[in-house]
Design a protein around this ligand. Sequence first.
Ligand SMILES: [Zn+2]
Length: 401
Amino acid sequence: MTFTFDRVASSGAARAGVFTTPHGRVDTPAFMAVGTVATVKALDPIELEAIGCQVILANTYHLHLRPGDEIVRSLGGVHRFMGWNGPMLTDSGGFQVFSLESLRTVSEDGVEFRSHIDGSRHRFTPESVIQIERNLGADVIMQFDHVIPGQSVEVEARDASERSIRWLVRCNAELERISQREPGTGNREQRLLRSTGPDSPFPVPVQTLFPIVQGGIHANLRREASRVIQAEGDWLGYGIGGLSVGESKPDMYAMLDVVNEELPHDRPRYLMGVGFPEDLVEGVRRGVDLFDCVAPTRMGRNGTAFTSDGRVNVRRSELRADARPLDETCECSTCKRFSRAYIRHLFVADEILGLRLVSLHNVHFLVALMRRARAAIIDGSFDAWSRDWLARYHSRPTPVP
Ligand SMILES: [Zn+2]
């Protein structure tokens, strides 16, 4: 099988596993670095490999608008385009499209929206999104889903969740249609493949579609969605969507508990768009295997560093002569070589290296946090380790920027 998930150890609901894809393995739990427009902002793939990052996420909405998914396809797919040969995942654009608010209209067929770049009109349907994700060629592709604000009332949450499941069925049918057409003869892709040989820049991607469990903060809807989705197909993994979109943290954790009970334990679960350190640890405790979030790079560019004692704003004047690294327990190349004082200096002087160094540290922090959690699950110390880690992280209030 091209995609496999092997659990190697567990501790309560937490699991350590190996998720295998056509582009290699991902040791779980894992943090996926976000490469929105086929770049993890300010970091190159060689740095990401050195950090130990095993999987990158790219964004369907952004790459469709610029440079265009057909262009990416003509250059060999998103792996080759961005110079990353490891596992990749594309989101479906649902979150971005529904974030456009005044710029979009929703119908049962799909969503019409205006580009945030130039205002041009576009239309996403479950079918067109799968065609785009096929052109991009990531290993894991997410279904197109109807995303709603975190505090939505039950009737709205039910409407969006049920529509998302109908869209899942359409996504799956479209993926099957495209993949069955490709090995046959006479279609454009196959002719291109034949004419250019095995080193063709148009490899036929082997992909798996992940459904997304929606349902807002309503336990009954989350439970129902989990069950109906499982009845619709034998999925190789599951997304958990619509969290960290304005609801409270206790609500989010409660939904994870519900979904953990319902989803099959032998498939990876991906909590979408959630990536603050405390949420990763809380998520792993509730059976989540994969996470992604723009927070480490966005905060890195703003000069906020994750540390084991909470966040540090590197511009603060107290750091002016601070010879310590950002985090004394961190083994990233930023912390091994540079002081807080130097990094503060780079930010104050508006030097581009500063935002690169903090971005690298932040991504490393989350990748290493998941590596540490995995080791603790395997050696049987996860429950105690995670409680200690959360207590230490929460013990120091986040400084006001
Ligand atoms: Zn570091």
